[in-house]
Design a protein around this ligand. Structure first.
Ligand code: EZ4
Ligand code: CO
Length: 405
């Protein structure tokens, strides 16, 4: 193991357009691997978890022992699961897979069993301040070659709708130094979404794959009603209809609608989705490489999902770094039950800090053929953009209530 021994592990926190936590692990023979540990709005907790508690345990370990290192960090800590822990474990895991693939001189997907498909179908975000505005955004994304598009628009009479940018800035969910508080009306939303979908189908027809994110804002019965009212528009999926701490809730939604359901961007382990999968209550599981314990754990979730006919549809917003996107694409092209991958393009500065081998052509993305996961970090450039505190918004109903489920 001499050459593959870990001799250095560095946590790099930077803000090239938005915050990212990156782990760089170096071995005795001078190879290095990169992992993403970004947890939106809680970045420094993962950085500390890594720096203070994980990095000391990595020194001198054999970087080739990915499974054993995963088990050591997961079981060995005694305190299992949770987004901070699992994002930190993911950062190590992805860096080790990157290292192993580089050492083998292969793109990562080869170590995962080779390609099951030529590319990964991705979906884009179209959003607008009005239906007309949204239709223009859909048209723009179709021109760019996207075959699948998530549509969100401002709800008339509701001051803040999820997924819609403030002013003319590109959409970025974590956009304030302290949490911005938003007001929300479920009734207005439930009336509006079918009108929105109707307008999209009337303008663009039914070939386009259409997605929508309810962003955990509904009760189970409201979600059931929405799913039912959207059936004529033949959605690819309805995402995060309700929060899923209570996995039972999806039974009720499922009994009422044939609109396909996706959930899981906030899940961090297989236990968050075990019942959803084994009872076939969902169609797509949205767990990501970074927030669900890395390639090692995401493969287990996908394997469970495979035998119950559930497909993958990983979260891929801009708060998951290009390192996560690179690793996700290797996973996506290899896993048999891949469904779709979210693609929210990063800012030009983010792409500059993280040079990458992946590409987008004609609605699909490809991880590329570079050894490893194909994503690097320009540390000098990253250092010029220090961390800036940023929070996701907090949502209240019109009566001021924060929870309605
Ligand atoms: O709210 O990435 O489907 N995508 C989403 C995202 C998430 C953010 C949270 O960090 O819902 O916009
Ligand atoms: Co979402």
């Amino acid at each position: 193991m001499t050459g593959s021994k870990i001799v250095d592990a560095r946590v790099i926190v930077s803000c090239p357009a938005r915050n990212f936590v990156t782990l760089k692990i170096t071995t005795a023979d001078g190879l290095y691997g990169i992992g993403d540990g970004t947890l939106n709005g809680r970045e420094l907790s993962v950085a500390s978890y890594l720096q203070d508690h994980v990095v000391p345990c990595l020194m001198g370990r054999d970087s080739e022992r990915i499974e054993d290192t995963w088990q050591f960090l997961y079981r060995g800590a005694y305190w299992r699961r949770g987004p901070v822990t699992m994002s930190a474990i993911a950062a190590v895991d992805v860096a080790l897979w990157d290292l192993k693939a580089k050492r083998a001189g292969m793109p990562l997907y080869q170590l995962l069993g080779g390609r099951s498909r030529e590319g990964a179908l991705v979906y884009a975000h179209a959003n607008g301040h009005s239906i007309e505005d949204l239709l223009a955004s859909v048209a723009k994304h179709l021109e760019l070659g996207y075959k699948a598009i998530r549509v969100q628009a401002a709800v008339p009479g509701v001051p803040d709708a999820y997924g819609v940018p403030h002013g003319t800035k590109p959409y970025e969910p974590a956009d304030s130094d302290l949490p911005r508080e938003e007001t929300w009306s479920t009734q207005r939303y439930l009336r509006f979404v079918p009108q929105l979908m109707d307008a999209v189908r009337a303008r663009f027809g039914f070939d386009l794959m259409l997605l929508h994110d309810a962003h955990h804002r509904l009760t189970p019965i409201e979600a059931a009603a929405l799913g039912k009212s959207l059936e004529p528009y033949s959605l690819f999926w309805l995402e995060d209809a309700t929060p899923a701490e209570n996995q039972d809730a999806f039974r009720l939604i499922r009994q009422h609608t044939t609109t396909p359901l996706a959930v899981g961007e906030v899940f961090n382990s297989i236990f968050d989705c075990k019942q959803l999968i084994t009872e076939q209550l969902i169609d797509y599981i949205r767990t990501s490489v970074t927030h669900a314990g890395g390639i090692t754990h995401l493969r287990r979730i996908a394997a469970l999902a495979e035998i119950y006919g559930v497909r993958t549809g990983s979260h891929g917003a801009t708060d998951l770094s290009p390192v996560c996107m690179g690793a996700a694409l290797h996973f996506d092209v290899s896993v048999p039950n891949f469904g779709i991958q979210e693609h929210m393009p990063h800012a030009a500065l983010t792409d500059e800090v993280f040079p990458h081998a992946y590409t987008f052509v004609g609605g699909v993305m490809d991880p590329g053929e570079a050894p490893g996961h194909g994503v690097d970090i320009d540390e000098k450039l990253a250092a010029k953009h220090p961390y800036k505190r940023a929070y996701l918004p907090v949502c209240r109903l019109e009566d001021g209530t924060l929870h309605n489920w």
